[in-house]
Design a protein around this ligand. Structure first.
Ligand code: NAG
Ligand code: NAG
Length: 499
């Protein structure tokens, strides 16, 4: 796996060699200057702007996935060929005892703390031929009698699998919605109300609109259904320049889906934020875009409630724009504005983040996807580094500190729930960080790891590894307390924490 890092470095050196003009000069930047630092980004600004840095990241991921797929047993093969990729479903509760959850299967004893495995379902049992996972989201439905059912929306290269999370934490596969065009490593799912919005880097894909109430049909429990990309969609958003997006973001209160990273960068929207009104899910319509800061990799968009009185009640996007943490005012999505764009210590690839408290937005946590890989800034030792921002001034957010995981791994998506950060840290799995004291200690020094479940035991003996594999994303918001973890190579883990 080390060759991936080498490949990444080679791509980056190529990127550094030829500078191209910046298509989106963007706003004036400021520094997250609580800490003195010399701003030495990983690559020249023009190589972020041209997409060379992002391409190197995607190439490294593609090479990791190619490696996984080389070992894939054919769907119709007989006998176990690869103990990892052929791991069978696990449907008995496997408690974390003395630091391990032992599934009883080869190569699948998982290091853990305060997290029990309620079930595991491999991608092939979630209907996938490609058998490589990516994003995950959840949806819950409460009927007139007050009975709640919870559903996992599981991203895979070739589509989205739908499964019910049953009361005991096992999974009932209900069916799947295939990709709208070709397969892609990148698929991203969000929900507003009872609709799922699904985007992908697959060319010509668009954003699928799927009515999740279709999953309530009890016959699916007996006979899973392959939904039709023609007749089972409520709508299809075809307004993306090339049909591709890197992520989809949901601003629920405003019925707004925000597509980010929709190529090309030279499009008038600059692969920034593209606002899609989904008040009528059958007819999603473009209402504006924000290309001012160029490419946006991921974002959280919500109504602002917090101490910055000038913006109270406005709509904002906290966005992660490769070389900056950028905040947009999107109150009028036809005329969005950059409030601030901020460099930070060790910036390599600003990837994704989430606010600590949606109803009082004072702090935010974010991850940089390339600082561990390239030993930048605080991540010099390659241990996963989470950045802590004081966002009490949206014009001048301040980097106040960081939290560092005890093990090496690249970080991917993180979400915050009840003061705990749920981090999907690729090869070190789910890492849950107690951040409840952030207002008292914004340096992060008193943050602690409250729980973890390492879905990728292959590198445990060497203290982890800053290469791609393991978990892509986590969904921590079910009332039942079940936490969904989707992984690249194995499948879907359903966990429950003992916090
Ligand atoms: C799987 O387990 C066997 C036996 O412990 C070990 O020899 C092998 O290296 C493991 N494979 C991987 C990919 O970790
Ligand atoms: C922001 O608005 C909310 C809701 O209108 C209000 O409760 C809160 O006090 C306001 N905050 C400030 C700092 O003005």
């Amino acid at each position: 796996m080390a060759k991936l890092t080498v490949a990444g470095i080679v791509f980056l050196c190529l990127a550094l060699a030829s500078a191209t003009p910046n298509p989106n000069p963007g706003p004036a930047f400021r520094r997250g200057d609580e800490f003195p630092f010399i701003h030495v980004p990983l690559a020249h600004a023009s190589d972020y702007a041209s997409g060379k840095v992002h391409k190197s990241l995607m190439d490294a991921m593609t090479s990791a996935v190619d490696d996984i797929q080389k070992h894939l047993p054919s769907l119709h093969a007989t006998g176990i060929e690869d103990p990892i990729l052929d791991l069978p479903a696990i449907t008995t509760l496997t408690r974390c005892e003395d630091g391990y959850a032992a599934s009883g299967f080869a190569n699948s004893t998982f290091m853990c703390n305060n997290a029990d495995l309620h079930s595991f379902t491999p991608h092939r049992e979630l209907g996938s031929e490609a058998q490589v996972g990516n994003d995950i989201w959840g949806w819950a439905h409460t009927d007139a009698e007050g009975v709640t059912r919870e559903f996992a929306l599981v991203g895979q290269m070739d589509g989205t699998a739908f499964a019910e999370v049953l009361a005991d934490g096992t999974i009932a596969y209900l069916g799947r919605l295939p990709t709208q065009s070709v397969n892609s490593i990148w698929r991203d799912i969000k929900t507003i109300g009872h609709y799922a919005y699904i985007g992908s880097e697959a060319p010509g894909h668009g954003i699928q609109v799927f009515d999740l109430e279709k999953l309530l049909d009890p016959s699916l429990l007996d006979e899973p259904k392959e939904f039709s990309i023609e007749t089972d969609l409520t709508g299809l958003y075809e307004g993306l320049p090339a049909g591709t997006s890197h992520n989809v973001v949901a601003h629920e209160d405003k019925n707004l889906i925000v597509a980010v990273g929709a190529m090309p960068r030279l499009d008038r929207c600059g692969a920034g934020l593209i606002f899609v009104d989904v008040s009528d899910p059958a007819n999603p319509t473009t209402v504006g875009c924000a290309g001012e800061d160029g490419y946006v990799h991921d974002a959280q968009c919500l109504t602002y409630y917090g101490p910055d009185v000038a913006y109270n009640g406005s709509d904002v996007c906290y966005s992660f724009d490769e070389d900056t943490f950028t905040i947009f005012d999107i109150t009028d999505p036809a005329n969005p504005e950059v409030i601030s764009a901020t460099f930070y210590h060790g910036v390599a690839y600003a990837h994704q983040g989430w606010v600590f408290d949606n109803s009082n937005q004072e702090y935010l946590f974010h991850n940089d996807e390339m600082d561990e890989m390239f030993s930048r800034g605080w991540a010099v030792d390659q241990k996963t580094t989470t950045f802590i921002w004081d966002i009490r001034s949206l014009k001048e957010p301040k980097l106040t500190g960081h939290y560092k995981s005890p093990v090496k791994a690249i970080d991917h998506n993180l979400y915050v729930h009840n003061g705990f950060i749920y981090e999907s840290n690729y090869n070190s799995g789910l890492r849950v960080v107690d951040a409840r004291m952030v207002a008292e200690d914004p340096t992060g020094e008193s943050f602690t790891e409250a729980a973890f479940f390492d879905v990728h035991p292959e590198d445990d003996e060497i203290g982890g590894s800053a290469v791609f594999g393991g978990t892509w994303s986590v969904y921590p918001y079910f009332e039942s307390g079940y936490v969904l973890v989707n992984t690249l190579e194995r499948g879907l883990f359903v966990l429950k924490l003992n916090l």
